[in-house]
Design a protein around this ligand. Structure first.
Ligand code: KDG
Ligand code: MG
Length: 408
């Protein structure tokens, strides 16, 4: 069996999805996602200029060897651009392998460990009242876990994960389009004063059963994060995400000495080597790396296995940064992983997105039910894809009130 051709498409409904399609001489094709949020053209160029030419003629069933060939063969290691490109190839090869086996992908890992995988939705409000309404809305839809992000009283601009305008839905994609990064102002003291009060209200109103998550988005110093973790303990968070910048394990050691709040980190990681120390030293409770930036299924599965050895559970990134193909790759891992924790899930199922990526994966009552179609269980409609073109976007930039650049 041989790879005969591969093509990259960039675009989508409001989002520059980077979709790879690998064709074979047996008529079976595989799909992969290389969407690197707000830097989408870079993995696309890497695929087109360097990787696809080396794929043609290879046996697509040798996904391990192909992964090693690109990873080791590049000489330079890792990085989100390269790992997103290897990740897309790897997903497409597993898609082909499972289609050849005529099985849904999770069967190749060892079958299902659960019928539905717990997901969390994103509740947000420019103020607490709006956030409470947003949480209630998700609870009514059956969600059992909700991430809660709130505008901070007195903060000069919107805080992370919150719409700039009351009553307006926050859209991570269209809000970030434009020719330069939008700038936000951040004030740690105001944030630290308000968040415990907000969690107190939320727990009081929604009771003990609803799982609550909160994303600090890398904005605190280690001592501040330790203080916040301690203050939030009575509200029994499912997790506190990215309390400090992910690349500093020593910060987490300090936080761990002061609080038992569960910690989730890893959405900015792109290799096992980024995750290894945090997992082995049990500095985190959930690993957030994604199939796209994490080099695809082959590499992500190694991380999941390492995490299982250390009682770290999965909580894969699932912002609309990634396409439904990557979500499907993660859904198959989630169905199997003995150490599955939760899956971030932002509703992507607009009619336009469904038309571009048809699939039978579905979320019901807060659980992700993986499709039983052979392969990844997602298709890609090329004629739909031709309706879309690339639009540049940027992550916002955060500054302190005096102008000092901070972590977004
Ligand atoms: O590209 C960055 C976004 O995907 C990120 O800001 C979203 O923090 C995020 C999350 O938890 O989904
Ligand atoms: Mg996050």
């Amino acid at each position: 069996m041989k790879i005969t051709a591969a093509e990259v498409f960039v675009g989508g409904p409001g989002k520059n999805y980077v979709t790879l399609k690998i064709m074979t001489d047996q008529g079976i094709y595989g799909l992969g996602d290389a969407t690197l949020n707000n830097r989408e053209t870079l993995p696309a160029a890497y695929l087109q200029d360097y990787l696809i030419p080396c794929l043609i003629g290879r046996d697509p069933r040798n996904s391990e060897d192909i992964w090693q060939y690109f990873y080791r063969g590049a000489y330079f290691r890792g990085g989100p651009i390269a790992m997103a490109a290897y990740g897309a190839i790897d997903m497409a090869l597993w898609d082909i392998k499972a289609k050849l086996a005529d099985m849904p992908l999770y069967q190749l890992f060892g079958g299902k460990s659960r019928e539905g995988a717990l997901v969390y939705a994103h509740a947000q409000g420019t103020d607490l009242e709006e956030l409470l309404d947003s949480i209630a809305g998700y609870q009514e839809q059956g969600y059992k876990a909700v991430r809660v992000q709130c505008g901070i009283p007195g903060m000069p601009s919107a805080s992370y994960g919150v719409s700039a305008q009351k009553g307006k839905a926050h859209n991570y994609i269209t809000d970030f389009q434009g020719d330069a990064p939008h700038e936000e102002i951040w004030d740690t003291d105001k944030y630290l004063r308000f968040i415990p009060r907000a969690l107190d209200r939320i727990r009081g109103q929604f009771g003990d059963e609803l799982k609550l998550l909160h994303d600090v988005h890398h904005r605190l110093l280690p001592r501040e994060a330790a203080q916040l973790g301690k203050e939030l303990e009575p509200y029994r968070l499912f997790w506190l995400e990215d309390p400090t910048p992910a690349e500093d394990p020593a910060a987490l050691r300090l936080i761990r000495q002061h609080t038992t709040v569960p910690i989730a980190i890893g959405e900015v990681f792109n290799s096992l080597w980024d995750c290894k120390q945090l997992i082995e030293e049990r500095l985190i409770d959930f690993i957030r790396i994604s199939a796209t930036y994490g080099g695809g299924i082959t590499h992500l599965k190694r991380i999941v296995d390492l995490a299982a050895l250390h009682e770290v559970r999965t909580g894969f990134h699932g912002a609309p940064s990634h396409s439904p193909i990557s979500m499907a790759a993660q859904a198959h891992l989630n169905a199997w992983a003995p150490n599955f924790g939760i899956q971030e899930y932002l509703v992507l199922d607009t009619p336009e997105c469904d038309a571009l990526f048809p699939s039978e994966h579905r979320v019901e009552n807060g659980l992700f039910h993986v499709s039983d179609q052979p392969g990844l269980g997602v298709d890609f409609d090329e004629s739909e894809a031709r309706r879309y073109s690339y639009k540049r976007g940027f992550h916002p930039v955060a500054r302190l009130e005096d102008g000092t650049l901070w972590n977004y």
